[in-house]
Design a protein. Structure first.
Length: 319
């Protein structure tokens, strides 16, 4: 199946703009392009509270933005943005996060982890975990009461970080995570999977671009197999939070996202996996696309179900 008409229109619009491919440019050039894409997000829902904080970390601090919807917060979502660990910022993802907060009735904490190549792996992981612990210690302050579910979520490289947060929290006896939402996540550094080499998938994100991102994020290729970089390489995926996994039909990351979902299932973790037909990488955050709305429906339904189960004192779903 080809990409849908709305996606094709955006791809054609980008193509007519010309310019060099992402992997042929510098990180600063890629960051400028990311800002331009963010301008297409449309209007942002109003929030009851918007607060900026700084989370102390080794060598500095990590900005976080807390978004609390008007109806209050039945849970708290810690959201890690995409961008290949090289591009992206919380300002660029705020409209999406506000929509997620409004639709899910959860507070959203956006994490502005430090980017590569200025800060290579594992800085983004350490920053993200510090932000997760900071949030877990302030659930009552954020949501109005401490007994609310804590959820991790992210898209692309942010999906990678969300998956790694679930693993790290388990292994370090850290915050209790009720749900992990992994939106076309990076889970491995294998560039030879069928979805990577399929010519029909070289669209918004290409194989060359992913090589470029990994080269900036983990320049030491020997470390890319570490679970904190490639969670698919973790030997044990048992006892992790239930997962919602979204993949796109025409995405180089499709196969590794689906492989991670299957390994979670094999380890006894409840998983809801959906491959979104006719979509390419980035569809979730292109808010004007019909495919984005379908992705939101899947995520919001799962998050609401999580908050309802938590409020009723029910255990997590079983696989």
């Amino acid at each position: 199946m080809a990409v849908d008409h709305a996606t094709r229109a955006i791809l054609d619009q980008i193509a007519t703009g010309g310019g060099k491919a992402l992997h042929e440019g510098t990180p600063d050039e890629a960051r400028a392009l990311s800002k331009a894409f963010a301008a297409m997000a449309g209007p942002a829902p109003a929030m009851a509270r918007v607060e900026d904080h700084e989370v102390p970390v080794a060598g500095g601090s990590v900005p976080v933005r807390v978004l609390v919807p008007a109806q209050g917060a039945r849970g708290v979502i810690v959201y890690f943005h995409g961008g290949g660990w090289v591009i992206g910022a919380i300002d660029e993802f705020e409209t999406m996060a506000r929509k997620l907060a409004e639709r899910s009735s959860c507070a959203v904490v956006l994490v502005d982890y430090r980017l590569a190549p200025e800060h290579v792996y594992p800085v983004a992981v350490d920053d993200s975990y510090a932000a997760l612990e900071w949030t877990a210690a302030r659930l009552e302050e954020i949501a109005g009461r401490a007994d609310v579910p804590l959820i991790v979520a992210g898209d692309s490289a942010g999906g990678n970080l969300a998956a790694v947060m679930a693993l790290r929290a388990r292994d370090r006896n850290g915050p209790q995570i009720a749900l992990q939402v992994l939106i076309y996540p990076v889970t491995d550094a294998d560039f030879e999977r069928p979805s990577y080499v399929d010519p029909e998938n070289q669209l918004l994100l290409t194989r060359d671009a992913m090589v470029w991102f990994w080269d900036h994020y983990v320049p030491d290729a020997g470390r890319r197999c570490e679970p904190d970089a490639s969670p698919l390489q973790a030997t044990n995926l048992a006892d992790l939070p239930p997962a919602v996994v979204l993949t796109a039909e025409h995405d180089v990351l499709r196969d590794e996202g689906e492989a991670y979902a299957e390994r979670l299932r094999d380890a006894g973790v409840p998983v809801e996996l959906k491959r979104h037909a006719g979509q390419t990488h980035g569809f979730f955050t292109f808010l004007l696309l019909p495919g984005s709305e379908r992705g939101f429906q899947q995520v919001v339904k799962a998050v609401r179900a999580c908050t309802i189960r938590h409020a009723q004192g029910q255990p997590a779903l079983r696989s």
